[in-house]
Ligand binder design. Structure first.
Ligand SMILES: *Cc1c(COP(=O)(O)O)cnc(C)c1O
Length: 418
């Protein structure tokens, strides 16, 4: 499902050569394929036609307006985790009636904003959050539709920093306390219980944790119904992993994940909400960078590129593997450490990587950077935030410009006493 290919040894995104973009946009920049995003979305849709389903793109994976508009045009909803993300989704014309609001700590003012928009569902993560929402909703004479995010105590078998479904994690209501909190919610003013929600982690590379989780959720829905609750929605969260390596490490496909959903939920009589993020956009994007220096260390050869950990945090934050591709394909290979210019050893994209021989001035692409890339970027080291480019067929468009130094520095202000 990779979005690029080589044509006459030149890396292309759809029908646009990366080199031609780089003549107009300075590196580093993100580049996404709109067709790849649509294809991933449509794989979900095609597999789930037999069920009443809403796919709510997890906005935090890539929140650029052009990406969200792509989702809106496909008919997607949005899963948001802040007021800011909700505003982004609504600005990009994703209808509020397709927005679910997740997150462990919604504040009162965020709740008020969400209430004013009449969103599809609040996913509530604690009793205190429930009580506050009840108060806020009652005060404006509204009834809000909610689901509880259940923590099923299932091991997602993913990186510890993105595992969210174990009892030691901060997320959700422990499944052992689920029946009690649904009973409490049923008595509260301003609250209408409609669903059960779960999300056990991100970059899951096996189906088994999903299956263990879904079995528990299904049982819970049945118990809740016996207790007299009307449960019409099951929100299964996101988390399906993507392939970051070239060695096809057997990440489950969207098709096999959907087959599991159908197997578990088709006879439950619920509308299904999915919140995929990474699996919709991750493989659609690359980060294009230029080699500044080759540096011979005592034991290693360092390729120092103009992209850094502030542009793509995943390798330093999650020890993530990303393929690194030459823009001009060569046969010859060598072993490199690919690093950025920031003064931290964690500013490293690849260690002892065997890859195409590269030279100073060459362009390279860091693969599978469409999710949790640009959104996690910062201006650390007072580096300008990276621009983003969207490609479709033979066209490309800058969907986020690089800021300039003046804009960046002028965000600061001197105090009155200086
Ligand atoms: C992050 C997140 C998602 C998306 O996860 P992916 O791994 O990108 O699919 C979905 N739901 C919730 C609640 C999240 O926090």
């Amino acid at each position: 499902m990779t979005s690029y290919h080589y044509q006459k040894h030149q890396l292309q995104m759809e029908q646009v050569s990366i080199k031609s973009i780089a003549t107009q946009v300075q590196t580093p920049f993100y580049c996404y394929s709109q067709t790849a995003i649509c294809n991933a979305y449509n794989s979900y849709v095609e597999q789930l036609t037999s069920m009443d389903t809403l796919i709510c793109f997890a906005v935090k994976a890539n929140s650029n307006q052009a990406i969200l508009k792509t989702m809106a045009d496909l008919g997607a909803g949005a899963d948001v985790v802040s007021e800011g993300e909700m505003r982004r989704a609504i600005m990009a014309e994703i209808p509020a009636s397709k927005i679910v609001y997740s997150g462990v700590a919604k504040t009162q003012s965020e709740m008020e904003y969400a209430l004013s928009q009449n969103i599809l569902q609040f996913n509530i993560e604690s009793e205190n959050e429930l009580l506050l929402l009840s108060k806020v909703a009652s005060s404006v004479n509204k009834v809000v539709k909610i689901a509880f995010r259940i923590n099923p105590d299932v091991d997602a078998k993913t990186h510890a920093k993105i595992s969210t479904g174990k009892s030691e994690n901060k997320f959700g209501i422990p499944i052992s306390k689920a029946l009690a909190i649904y009973q409490l919610a049923a008595k509260l003013p301003g609250i209408q219980v409609q669903g059960v929600d779960v999300h056990i982690g991100s970059q899951l590379t096996q189906l088994e944790p999903f299956e263990n989780c879904f079995i528990l959720i299904k049982q819970l829905v049945e118990q809740l119904r016996e207790d007299g609750h009307t449960i019409s929605i099951v929100d299964v969260g996101g988390g399906l992993g993507i392939d970051y390596a070239e060695d096809d490490s057997e990440v489950p496909t969207i098709e096999s994940y959907c087959a599991l959903l159908k197997q578990q939920f088709s006879d439950l009589g619920c509308k299904l909400i999915l919140e995929p993020g990474r699996s919709l956009v991750g493989n659609s994007g690359i980060l294009v960078s230029k080699v500044i220096y080759l540096k011979e260390g005592e034991e290693r050869t360092f390729v120092i590129i103009d992209a850094a950990m502030n542009d793509l945090l995943r390798p330093s934050m999650y020890d993530a593997f990303h393929n690194i591709l030459p823009i001009t394909e060569t046969e010859e290979q060598a072993c490199y450490d690919v690093v950025g210019p920031i003064c931290e050893t964690s500013d490293t994209f690849a260690r002892t990587r065997i890859m195409s021989v590269i030279n100073e001035g060459d362009l390279i692409a860091i693969d599978s950077a469409g999710a949790y890339g640009a959104v996690m970027s910062s201006t650390y080291n007072t580096r300008l935030q990276v621009p983003e480019v969207l490609v479709k067929d033979n066209q490309f468009s800058i969907i986020r410009e690089r800021t300039d130094y003046e804009q960046l520095i002028n965000q600061d202000q001197l105090t009155a006493w200086q």
